[in-house]
Design a protein around this ligand. Structure first.
Ligand SMILES: [Zn+2]
Ligand SMILES: [Zn+2]
Length: 92
């Protein structure tokens, strides 16, 4: 019997097209949660006062304005997700 981790996508008897579809879904998910500055890390910092989450903890201090709404950033808060999120996007 084969064992798979919960996040391993196991496709049997599927065409390559199906596999590509899954890969696209994962890429899209990564894009959504990735830091918009370095694209390497998971965005997990909340900008104040706009409350947008667009960058990782390493890039956030370098940003004077929120990349999304262009509001001046007055402070940052590290966000903690309910689910364990890897900090590096390649681990997602
Ligand atoms: Zn970053
Ligand atoms: Zn913003």
């Amino acid at each position: 019997m084969k064992r798979h981790t919960p996040f391993t996508i196991y496709v049997s008897d599927s065409s390559d097209e199906d596999v590509d579809h899954y890969k696209e879904e994962i890429d899209r998910h990564k894009e959504k949660i990735a830091c918009k500055v370095c694209l390497d890390m998971v965005a997990d910092v909340i900008f104040l006062p706009c409350a947008h989450i667009v960058s990782c903890g390493q890039c956030a201090p370098a940003l004077q304005k929120c990349p999304l709404c262009r509001k001046v950033v007055h402070g940052i808060i590290k966000a903690f997700f309910a689910v364990d999120t890897p900090t590096n996007i390649s681990d997602v």
